[in-house]
Ligand binder design. Structure first.
Ligand code: NI
Length: 388
């Protein structure tokens, strides 16, 4: 069964919703206009229940099938937040808010799930309950965790949960998922070097934090190459190095900031241990002191094998088997859908955004041609998991 005809006929309407969201991007938990628009639409479609304010500004919509004797409950999640950056697309529907932009396609994700809600409210051709989870603060702030902490899974008895994200570079209509880890744990690294400032012409009387920081940056490269099993994956990137105020002054302190990524709890623990050891040990070797802080961010997005295979089979129904990769390589980005997968079995799925700028690029735009297959995926997921 290909793209659902009724859904293909809704493309223009869903595109209009998506572009409206795109024009008014909102950040983190401050997604008030977006959440209100989502709640209004869900009510207009005839959802059985629409509850705002879950996980601060998240919205939950509940749709019961024409039968619900099966007792099955499937959760589907879309993220609503944008990024603090300036859009350069010059499109008619470009952001109207300076310094804010839907550069990750969450406007598209929200519109896809709204389209599925409208279709499912009209047809109700399933035996069970569909729970739609519209979350704030995916980019930072852990809105997915906030919704789980607010009891969203227990309150509506969600048994399995699914999420989707667009991928530039993947063709329109293609899908990809995998069993096990799909996105990385994303942790923050902060190192403060406390040394001894002085005159640049008298380095022997100072302890130079810039030199120490440079040694730390180089030594950190040995973690991925010499501590991680070659068959495992890890990233350690120190991306900010702040020190000094003048060309002839050795500063007193230096600060390094970065990120560590891993796909298993063992590698994650090892990264934390080695980053702290290398920072503090290197500083001590030069007679200074470093304080290294490893702050855990989003955990690994860990797909459950049965649900990943099911999601791939639904994608194959919509697009054909050759358009679906059911064993895609994980990526080292992070995703707070991970918290929902810690709470319930489920799977995350990538879908093609075509040949566009990459996400988080100022020229990015969600590709509306992905709407028919994306919405059909959600609809068929519900109808297949809970057949009437
Ligand atoms: Ni995103």
């Amino acid at each position: 069964m290909p793209v659902v005809n009724r859904i293909a006929g809704m493309k223009e309407e869903i595109t209009a919703w998506r572009r409206d969201l795109h024009e008014y991007p909102e950040l983190s938990y401050d997604v008030h206009r977006t959440a209100a628009s989502v709640a209004d639409k869900l009510k207009a479609f005839g959802c059985d229940e629409v509850v705002p304010g879950i996980g601060r500004t998240g919205v939950v919509g509940v749709i019961k099938g024409k039968r619900h004797a099966s007792g099955k409950v499937i959760g589907m999640r879309a993220d609503m937040d944008a990024l603090p950056m300036h859009e350069i697309t010059g499109l008619l529907h470009a952001s109207k808010i300076a310094g804010k932009m839907h550069a990750c396609g969450h406007d598209g994700h929200t519109a896809l799930l709204l389209g599925a809600a409208k279709y499912l409210c009209e047809t109700r051709n399933f035996d069970g309950t569909a729970v739609l989870l519209f979350q704030p603060a995916e980019e930072n702030g852990g809105g997915g965790k906030a919704m789980v902490d607010d009891g969203v899974m227990d309150r509506w008895g969600v048994q399995e949960v699914y999420g989707m994200h667009n991928q530039p570079g993947m063709a329109i209509g293609t899908f990809a998922t995998c069993p096990g880890p799909m996105l990385a744990a994303a942790d923050q690294v902060s190192i403060i070097i406390d040394a001894k400032g002085g005159h640049a012409a008298k380095p022997h009387l100072a302890i130079d934090p810039v030199l120490i920081g440079s040694h730390i940056v180089v030594a950190m490269q040995s973690i991925a190459s010499r501590n991680v099993n070659p068959l495992d994956s890890a990233v350690v990137s120190l991306c900010m190095f702040h020190a000094g105020t003048a060309g002839n002054v050795i500063p007193q302190t230096a600060e390094l900031t970065g990120t560590a990524r891993s796909l298993t709890p063992q590698v994650r623990d090892m990264l934390e241990k080695r980053i702290v050891e290398i920072a503090e040990g290197t500083a001590s070797m030069f007679g200074a002191r470093a304080t290294a802080t490893f702050t855990r961010g989003y955990p690994v997005t860990q797909n459950h094998a049965r649900q990943a295979a099911f999601a791939a089979s639904v994608a194959a129904q919509v697009s054909g088997k050759d358009m679906v990769n059911d064993n895609v390589r994980p990526v080292m980005g992070g995703e707070d859908f991970s918290y929902m997968l810690e709470a319930r079995p489920g799977a995350f799925v990538f879908f093609g955004n075509g040949d566009t700028a990459s996400v988080h690029h100022p020229a990015y735009d969600f590709n509306d041609d992905a709407i028919p297959s994306g919405v059909s995926f959600w609809a068929r997921l519900v109808e297949t998991a809970m057949p009437a």
